[in-house]
Design a protein around this ligand. Structure first.
Ligand code: R5P
Length: 310
């Protein structure tokens, strides 16, 4: 088994390599003057079980292209099996046609990864579980829930906790986290625009009064969803509101918005690397390196990955 990393998330790739006690293989991923990507692997990979670690986060298209070219390089160097390891699978939100004459880019990206030569995919908290079906190769979709649950238990115990889904679509994810926290009660934020041109009304289904509320979501991008939900919960009497998200996209003014919000803290995993960007006291990162390291080790040994979540 050998590991190759692109440029999207060097700290996570190094931490996974440390967990596995298997250093990243020597390779260079360079740019030509016109920004074309060139990959060169400096050691023999013939017959090897290769794991290519790359999140397709910002800059999404560059990181995606790097991943495809790394896979192509390994295939042409006669690797035995190639697993594309995407701690964050970008383009996942484009998983259906929102209107006529629009693409399903998540499917296109799945096709590109497969066509480049990946034999399997390892990722985490896909925006929608059924995106696994966009790949015609085995795809393992890990959950950050056990990592989050352990952190929540250690910091807050499970007394007066309510787990909150910020939208109706996230209920399954919230319920799975609640189960790991002694079946904590659930609440759901139902966003509605009652009339065109009027601002959104946040209806909260469930009781949040006096509770420590934990919002759970797959992605925090602009931060709007979480910050608005936190304000609505505070209005309904929540004692404290925190948020746990698998993927901290945190684009634009997200960091500033979170800092000014009613959220006590936003916890994200390190599936996405932010080069010197995050310095808000309110944003904390949890590492998923052991989770990915263990899953890679099990795939290499042909043993069960799902039992990681029992
Ligand atoms: C949407 O379905 C996702 O699960 C997230 O809620 C969304 O991507 C968050 O975006 P933002 O932080 O921009 O509100």
């Amino acid at each position: 088994m050998k590991l190759l990393a692109g440029n999207s998330n060097p700290p996570l790739a190094k931490a996974i390599a440390d967990y596995l006690e298997s250093p990243l293989i020597k390779a260079s991923v360079k740019r030509f003057a016109d920004e074309e990507i060139f990959v060169e692997v400096h050691e023999n990979v013939r017959g090897q079980d290769m794991f290519v670690i790359q999140s397709t986060s910002y800059p999404a298209n560059d990181n995606m292209m790097e991943l495809l070219i790394m896979i192509d390089t390994l295939r042409r160097a006669s690797a035995k099996r190639i697993t594309a390891v995407l701690p964050y699978f970008g383009y996942a939100r484009q998983d259906r046609k929102p209107g006529p004459r629009t693409p399903i880019s998540a499917k296109l990206v799945a096709n590109l990864i497969t066509e480049a030569g990946a034999d399997r995919v390892l990722t985490m908290d896909l925006h929608a579980g059924q995106i696994q079906g966009f790949f015609d190769i085995p795809t393992d979709n890990l959950w950050a829930a056990p990592v989050m649950a352990a952190d929540i238990q250690a910091r807050y115990g499970s007394k007066d906790l309510t787990i909150v889904s910020p939208d109706v679509g996230g209920v399954v994810r919230a319920r799975s986290l609640a189960k790991r926290l002694d079946n904590a009660p659930l609440a759901i934020v139902d966003k509605r625009r009652e009339r065109a041109g009027e601002s959104e009304v946040m209806n909260i289904i469930g009781d949040v009064e006096g509770q420590v509320c934990i919002l759970v979501d797959d992605i925090v991008d602009s931060g709007g969803t979480l910050c608005n939900a936190a304000a609505a919960m505070k209005e309904q009497g929540a004692k404290e509101v925190l948020a746990y998200c698998s993927h901290g996209v945190l684009s634009g003014a997200a960091e500033a918005r979170v800092s000014k919000s009613e959220l006590t803290e936003l916890v994200v995993t390190d599936s996405i690397h932010h080069e010197g960007m995050i310095d808000s006291d309110k944003i904390r990162k949890l590492t998923i390196a052991p989770l990915f390291g263990e899953a890679i080790s099990r795939i290499a040994d042909e043993s069960s990955v799902s039992s990681l979540f029992d």
